[in-house]
Design a binder for this molecule. Sequence first.
Ligand code: FBP
Length: 564
Amino acid sequence: MQDGSSRGVIRIMSKDISVLQKARAAYQPKLPVALRGGDIKIELGQATEPKYDRDEIKRLFPNTYGQPEVKIVAGEGSLNAEPLKIGVVLSGGQAPGGHNVIAGLFDALKAANPANTLYGFLKGPGGVIRAKYKEITAEIIDEYRNTGGFDMIMSGRDKIETLEDLQACEKNFADMGLAGLVIIGGDDSNTNAAMLAEYLRAKGSSTVIVGVPKTIDGDMKNDQIEASFGFDTACKVYSELIGNIERDATSAVKYWHFIRLMGRAASHVTLECALQTHPNISLISEEVQAKGTTLHEIVEYIVDVIVKRAENGRNYGVLLVPEGLPEFISDIKTMIDELSNILGKDEDFIRQLNDHSERLQYLSGELTDASARVYGSLPYAIQEVLLKRDSHGNVPLSQVETERLLIDLVHDRIKYLKKHEDKDFVKFSPLAHFFGYEGRCAAPSNYDADYTYSLGYAAAQVARAGMTGYTVNIQNTTKPADEWIAGATPVTLMLNMETRKGKRVPVIKKALVDIDGAPFAEFAKNREKWALTDAYTFPGPIQYFGPTEVCDAPTKTLALEKGV
Ligand code: FBP
């Protein structure tokens, strides 16, 4: 191991690291041209307004509403050159590239003034509320360059929500003399960032809040934000695994693989993996919702493909199902909404019931007949998970084994067909998989390594400019990094009002799969062919070294959205 101190040079480390990790530590992420030189300035655009609910949002954000869009360009400006103390926190689920956001932030701060200091708040927003932090040094940064995971400072799902939380933050920032806090998170965390920014402004605090768009789910994107970081790497990891399974399926010629993919609500991960690997069946929740498809109809569709493939001697195949599916199936969604309302009023009573059968009996009496039938038809384990809610009121869907539920229902239907409709030629040997945690902490692809480093670098400039209530963006990322454009979007521009836990609240609109968009159209155009033939493609592992078209390619989703 080498000794060194400058950017990208491997330091003596206390831990054993793999050969690839060693080589990867030396990778210097690419930056947009504007961020490469010494002189960087902020260019202000027009004042902004959100698309929806303007009056309500203006009333809730009187101090940060309507701020202009920002471009970060080369040139002499008035960015703060005094020594600054900046904090950073990782919020929510892990996503590849989180460490590079911090590395970009660190390098930009040190380039602006070596006396600038970066503090990492530990274990998520809870660390900000409780003032748990550590100084991030060059040694720490060099150990984590281009690595996956959030372990440098860890993450958490606490929310900075109550007045006490906000007051605690204000006090901690004042005690620390913090000029800014960079919050790396998804739609909910960036919404929280906007609320904290508004609160601090109202109190006359000088600490600014800057957000960075993160989530493997790929659902924090809009006209300004091209992609949430981590989506690229996670989809590439899952696609490698799916491709390997497809090869196994055509080699063993005897298994049907049912693969569930992470993504709490939107099906972007499933759609991207389908575009990368051409499996036989991919369920897209947003289409299921748009068509009002029932669970029974989904099972009929799957069985139809299985039977048709069996007619051609293909008793094997691969199916992708998004984690979020249950909440998009009309009859299950209605049942979950009814359960949420019942939990809203009777949660304590339900929790103190003795066992599952008492809970089932009570809920069967409270749900409508149709929902009671749907709830009663689900396996015990799923019934219990559907009674849980996280701090944002979401059902923890990563614990719902939808792939196994589908296998059971398909199995029953095939048994029936064999017995009553002469379909004895169908052989159904299913295997269940869930790919989620396998990809969330993967070492970032070149795309994510470059994108996140640039996001961190941009966040430092916005904080130095004393701008608050912004989420940074890097645009034009389907082009070479030389043509990337750095900027920042006022969070109020991205907000709309939604009802959560019975209350109308401002939130950044989640980007679901657009079934009128180019990525879905590409899938829909091909799915029949993919269903009946073996049109599988095998993306292989993420490549870090080699030709640009292999190493730096963006996701198919982004390429199709941008028409490249
Ligand atoms: P974020 O939206 O916070 O980035 O998290 C995404 C995610 O990976 C989802 O895909 C998944 O449902 C969830 O986190 C699982 O999180 P946890 O392991 O905390 O239950």
